[in-house]
Design a protein around this ligand. Structure first.
Ligand code: URP
Ligand code: ZN
Ligand code: ZN
Length: 460
């Protein structure tokens, strides 16, 4: 099977230019102007942008969490992602405390087997670091292609590890050629504030926001950065939301230390005024919570300055019925919101169309940097000869409105209902096959493949 994409405005992280792409089988075979190739299918991309497929390195599919499971599985989640131009996701495997990393891997392999539409990989969340777990790290990196290890500094009792375990894990991961990533908030302080709020009878979703103030994230981010720099492990902070946490990255950079930061689309687009809506605010109960306008400005500046390397989603969807588990107590509302489908379009609309991001910068933070940092470049994350033909053809002019009525995620509400967007994903090619065209699906469930990742060093 061959495809010729003609007359597109091609965008990579380092350049953008007018040209054609010729795809043979699963890979890009040629890029240039006026290519003369006989192809099985010709797509005219005149007036369209042509990007490498989006990579969302922070999603939670079919994940057991807070007494329930996230509502999108590998099938619905990766298909919704494709509709929005994300061709690959990295999901989180959760080790059960007291059990092995391999046990958890087997569970996630079963969850994903023959189910995914889009490509995927796994981060291994280490929730119980001990002498046995330590022995599994090298096997994960070398035999399973899982080169990033997620840690939680919050969610005590289920996911959180302490600093003793963190430093041990960092030391071992560094030796094995992996990266440590973190949910950086001070879990003990948050638990204290939650207990206090509940004792005082403050049980509405607003108190989810008020019990995770900026200092809880700023403190943990700085502490994690210091431990990472002491051990020398490549370190990556997920879902950064606020000025205080970003300042810790800025300070580390001034000391020539490297701490990589990711933010998520919701923290660039939505703000904490949404916690003023009574129980409806449960739609935006996520951790960390949405922040203030000054934080949104800091995050956009952090992207422009190169301090924030990646924009992800932390897609962790729950239906309204599931959210109602916390109707009488905000601490029981499952944390997370649906976004996997909207990241590329919202980031284009709020970033490029509003003049905050250049086109190459957009591709860098939506695709290329994730491919580089997580050991998949140049197979993924760029338009280049020999790379996987994961390609998005995007109409930069088309305007549309986000709604639960049209989204493909498995939730009965949208956190972005009525949000107007400029720019629409028209055609998505995954490993040389048209997967989505004008909203129609052309691949089968199970087409998505696991991506074995290489060792990483934290460098871009
Ligand atoms: O609210 C969130 N973020 N839910 C998913 C788990 C996590 O902390 O990433
Ligand atoms: Zn988290
Ligand atoms: Zn997450």
């Amino acid at each position: 099977m061959s495809i010729l994409i003609k007359n597109g405005h091609l965008v990579n992280a380092a350049e953008d230019f007018k040209g054609d792409i010729y795809i043979e089988g699963e890979h890009i075979a040629e890029i240039g102007e006026n290519l003369k190739r006989d192809a099985d299918q010709v797509i005219d991309a005149a007036g369209k942008l042509v990007f490498p497929g989006g990579i969302d390195p922070h999603v939670h599919l079919d994940m057991p969490f807070m007494g329930t499971y996230s509502a999108d599985d590998y099938s619905t989640g990766t298909l919704a992602a494709l509709h929005g131009g994300t061709t690959m996701v990295i999901d989180f495997i959760l080790q059960t405390q007291g059990k092995s990393l391999h046990d958890a891997l087997t569970t996630w392999q079963e969850k994903s087997k023959d189910k995914a539409y889009g490509d995927y990989s796994y981060h291994m969340a280490v929730t119980d670091y001990n002498e046995d777990t330590k022995k599994e790290i090298r096997q994960m990196v070398e035999e399973e292609g899982i080169t990033s290890f997620k840690t939680f500094m919050a969610y005590k009792g289920a996911l959180m590890i302490d600093d003793n375990q963190m430093v041990g894990l960092m030391t071992e991961v560094k030796k094995c050629g992996g990266m440590v990533t973190v949910h950086a908030t001070n879990g003990d302080m948050i638990d204290h504030l939650i207990q206090k709020a509940k004792k005082e009878g403050n049980l509405s979703p607003l108190y989810h926001y008020l019990t995770q103030p900026e200092v809880t994230e700023a403190e943990a981010s700085a502490r994690f950065g210091d431990m990472a720099n002491y051990t020398g492990v490549p370190a990556y902070i997920v879902h950064m939301t606020c000025e205080g946490a970003l300042n810790s990255v800025r300070e580390a950079t001034k000391r020539n230390q490297v701490v990589l930061a990711e933010t998520c689309i919701q923290y660039l687009v939505l703000d904490a005024s949404l916690y003023d809506k009574g129980f409806e605010s449960a739609k935006w109960v996520m951790s960390p919570p949405l922040r203030e306008k000054k934080d949104i400005d800091s995050l956009w500046a952090g992207l422009e300055q190169g301090l924030i390397k990646v924009v992800a989603t932390d897609h962790c969807p729950f239906t309204w019925e599931q959210k109602k588990m916390g109707e009488d107590d905000f601490s029981k509302i499952p944390n997370g919101h649906p976004a996997i489908e909207h990241r590329m379009e919202l980031l284009y609309s709020e970033g490029v169309a509003k003049g905050r991001l250049t086109l190459p910068k957009y591709v860098e933070v939506a695709s290329t940097n994730a491919a580089k940092l997580f050991g998949m470049y140049p197979r993924k994350g760029c338009l280049a000869i020999g790379s996987d033909a994961d390609i998005v053809i995007f109409d930069p002019q088309e305007r549309h409105t986000i709604s639960v009525k049209t989204h493909h995620m498995n939730t009965d509400y949208s956190g972005y209902e009525g949000h107007e967007v400029t720019g629409k994903t028209k055609t998505v090619i995954l490993r040389g096959k048209v997967a989505i065209d004008d909203g129609k699906v052309h691949i089968e469930k199970g087409y998505g493949q696991f991506v074995f990742r290489n060792k990483v060093d934290g460098k871009l």
